[in-house]
Design a protein around this ligand. Sequence first.
Ligand SMILES: *Cc1c(COP(=O)(O)O)cnc(C)c1O
Length: 397
Amino acid sequence: MFSNWSDFVIGQRQERDAAGLWRERRELTSPQSVSCVVGGRDLINFSSNDYLGLANNPALKQVTASAVTRWGVGAGASHLVCGHQSPHENLEADIASLVGAERTLLFSTGYMANLGVVSALLARGDVILQDKLNHASIIDAGVLSSATSLRYAHGDANHARKRLATFTSRRQRCMLVSDTIFSMDGDVAPVVDLKRLADEVGALLVLDDAHGFGVCGERGAGTLESLGLNPRDNVLMIGTLGKAVGGFGAFVAGDADLIAHIEQFARSYVYTTAVPAYVAETNRAAVKVIAGTRGDHLRARLDSNITLFRQLAKLHGLTLGASRSAIQPIQVGCEHQVVKISQRLEHMGFWVVAIRPPTVPKGTARLRVSLCASHTDSQIEALVQALATTLHEVLNV
Ligand SMILES: *Cc1c(COP(=O)(O)O)cnc(C)c1O
């Protein structure tokens, strides 16, 4: 049997490295914030999902400190054994009320929520129909469930309908799954068309609002709120608490019977330790901020930062995508060049992460600018200037 593991991993590494795809972690010696310290250098962070600046919010840190004192540091067990405490129960109720769902269920991460929801509801012979550019966790969820996985062209509900035409057996369950705001492109799924299709064929529509919850909608309830929809009947909404909420964890929201089923059958829910109660308490306080007037203010700041970035980028001749969200990709194409640009930006004091395959399709390597509420106008102006200069130098455009 094969035993030379060392040669195997070194070979794989060399292959990835030569293709410009090997990734290195960067160590922050500061809290997660718009101003951070990496490798001894002060950087303005344009790579974070902490859209509302809550990850290092002083009031929330106070909540964490008192919750640790009250509840301790660990949950001690999974939810169904003895790890389900009042902060978890209350957080579920608060999120349900914000998003307008009968019930929600907490997961430890969005990745686990997607694995759990899909595999709890689908089995071999069923169909998962999903957008080509869905997040990796949904793709993996399809594989784990053993359902037949069908992909449709990005953002194309008509193509989704065509893909379904070949599956007509009435015994087959079908789940239609999409990111609402796509994590690497920032554009929005055709949610209303997908809902219509799901209604017509009896599919369950699962919407992963990782990048919308907290940020979109009048009260920050997410993309569904902004479209006048609720996670009810045949619509399930998945949200993470690690992005705009600034903490850690995730949830699925929807019809109470569906959620009760997921609670029983989602293995990534059942067989794992509950997040610590202090994490749940902190998330609760953050959700309260999001739903209140402070949240309104932060969302307004974020929106005006997005508008400013797009205006300035156009003025400097940068090519932007269709995104109106905080995620603003700038296509480069070549994996080596995108890394070079990102490194030059870092030397100029800006942290803009290079996104490469397999996170995005081959030949679509890009810079992904993430805007936050706490960026100032002058930081955004300086970034656009640096982007224009660097793109010009490296790409000769
Ligand atoms: C980040 C992300 C997830 C994973 O959420 P975590 O809580 O970080 O595990 C799931 N789906 C999408 C679309 C994401 O962007």
